[in-house]
Write a protein that binds this ligand. Structure first.
Ligand code: ATP
Length: 455
């Protein structure tokens, strides 16, 4: 019998990670006789959902198992969630669901809604009842939303992989010991088929998170082979408890959907296309704000200080520029909406015309004002013209049409990094092949070719 087990909301800022629960369960279900039909799926949901702990990730395990063992599989999952969740945290509300058979269209649509908008617990529970899913919610059961969305997102569109390695308990909470030099070398050897390994502007290593969770590192890439090969290249100075390769919607822009300004609501991700409607201004904190109009309305767009050079680009925009901005909608004081920009495409530049003093018609020198409304005089030849007025002069533009993103350190999990453009892929790969999970470090492997292409 084909089964899909979805889990979400097991962690808190104090620790835990839903992917860790998945990695533990992969071992357990494997022992129980499960034959996995896909890599564990790590599905990132709407990054603007207000309840998320960090990256709003939910997971789904898809496997075949004897029908009479499915109850056992579900209760083992329950036990794992109970043992590994931070149930004491007021914001942790784990949810588990298990679907038998193929994934119905209604669940696929529910998943899209949870990735691109907000979904409700009532709606999730109704779908669970309609399709006969085993369902369990701890506390408020809010995690059922994410768990069901993970089941519904079968990753048939563009997808990527992430190899996640976990720490042994005694090391959790301590600095992670992964040699930065080996990360840079790994990046050079595997690019463009791995991404966001480190931030080139600051040199910061991005494969290692910084919180107390059990994740030692995560390597993101285009295929299972390349992330495993990259993992073997790293110099790691602490034991690895276990590791697993996930298939995921990270780095695919899956959350971004085109909307009109008048359709914007708080917490929605959106892509807007329109013209810059005000001169960008820098507000306290170094953030850049400008207005954008698309014919249906006008909205403020904010590029925050951590967006690095993206701020310089935003500052150089000019009213009339045709642009596309993507980001999440935030509600400010008085219900005013702002789009937090996480991606900017400059499509067409307007002429930037600035008022300047006229040139002297006799000698060509720029003239000086004789006072408001009193015309201009030439400082060189003395020519006076009481009727002269300021003229509009075309100023050079400090921005070019193109795609602009924040630096990797400030990108969201779902943001498609520049390295991925042209590497998109579609369709499900089928059952995992070769080594894809394990305890300790993986075997050394046999790949010796220098070709870093994904499988
Ligand atoms: P991590 O990434 O570290 O695993 P997290 O950021 O995924 O943590 P969770 O602890 O899983 O955060 O909390 C997210 C909660 O919000 C879950 O209960 C999930 O069901 C719910 N949720 C996620 N996305 C949506 C959405 N689009 N609409 C409604 N609820 C959502």
């Amino acid at each position: 019998m084909l089964a899909h087990l979805g889990i979400d909301d097991t962690d808190s800022p104090r620790g835990g990670c839903t992917t860790y629960v998945a990695a533990v369960l992969v071992e357990e279900l494997h022992e129980l006789g499960a034959r996995f039909v896909d890599y564990p799926n790590l599905v990132r949901l709407n990054p603007n959902a207000p309840w998320k702990t960090r990256g709003n990730g939910a997971i789904c395990l898809r496997f075949e198992l004897e029908a009479d063992l499915l109850d056992e599989a579900f209760s083992r999952a329950l036990e794992a969630v109970k043992a590994l969740s931070d149930l004491g945290d007021e914001n942790t509300h784990p949810g588990l669901v298990m679907l038998e058979g193929p994934v119905p269209l209604a669940l696929k649509l529910f998943a899209k809604k949870a990735i691109r908008g907000l979904a409700g617990l009532d709606e999730a529970l109704k779908l669970c009842a309609r399709y006969g899913l085993r369902t369990y919610g701890f506390k408020s059961g809010r995690g059922i939303i994410g768990a069901l969305a993970a089941v519904g997102e079968t990753l048939a569109g563009d997808h990527t992989y992430e190899l996640l390695a976990y720490r042994t308990p005694e090391n959790r909470g301590r600095p992670r010991r992964v040699d930065p030099g080996s990360v840079v070398k790994m990046d050079e050897a595997t690019r463009p088929f791995t991404f966001n390994n480190y931030d080139p502007e600051t040199g910061r290593i991005l494969i290692t998170p910084r919180g107390p969770d059990p994740v030692l590192l995560g390597i993101r890439g285009e295929g299972p082979d390349v992330v495993l090969r990259a993992f073997r290249m790293l110099a790691i100075g602490e034991p690895v408890e276990r590791w697993a390769i996930f298939r995921t919607n990270q780095g695919t822009d899956a959350h971004l959907v085109r909307r009109l300004v008048r359709e914007l609501r708080p917490h929605l991700p959106a892509v807007l296309r329109g013209r810059v409607a005000s001169q960008p201004k820098v507000i306290p904190g170094g953030h850049v704000v400008f207005a954008l109009s698309d014919g249906s309305g006008t909205v403020d767009c904010a590029v925050y200080e951590p967006s690095g050079r993206l701020r310089q680009v935003a500052k150089a925009l000019w009213p009339g520029d045709l642009i596309e901005v993507a980001g999440g909608v935030r509600e400010g004081p008085g219900g005013r909406l702002t789009l937090n920009v996480e991606k900017l495409v400059v499509i067409e530049l307007a002429e930037k015309l600035l008022p300047e003093n006229p040139r002297c018609p006799r000698c060509g020198k720029r003239m000086k004002s004789m006072g408001a409304g009193k015309g201009f005089r030439c400082p060189r030849c003395g020519h006076r013209d009481p009727k002269a007025r300021k003229v509009l002069v075309k100023a050079p533009r400090e921005v070019r049409p193109g795609l602009y993103l924040p630096p990797p350190r400030s990108q969201r999990h779902l943001t498609k990094p520049p390295r991925r453009y042209g590497l998109e892929k579609y369709g499900q790969p089928g059952p995992p092949k070769g080594e894809w999970f394990g305890l300790g470090l993986p075997s050394r492997g046999s790949e010796v070719d220098g070709n870093a292409g994904p499988r």
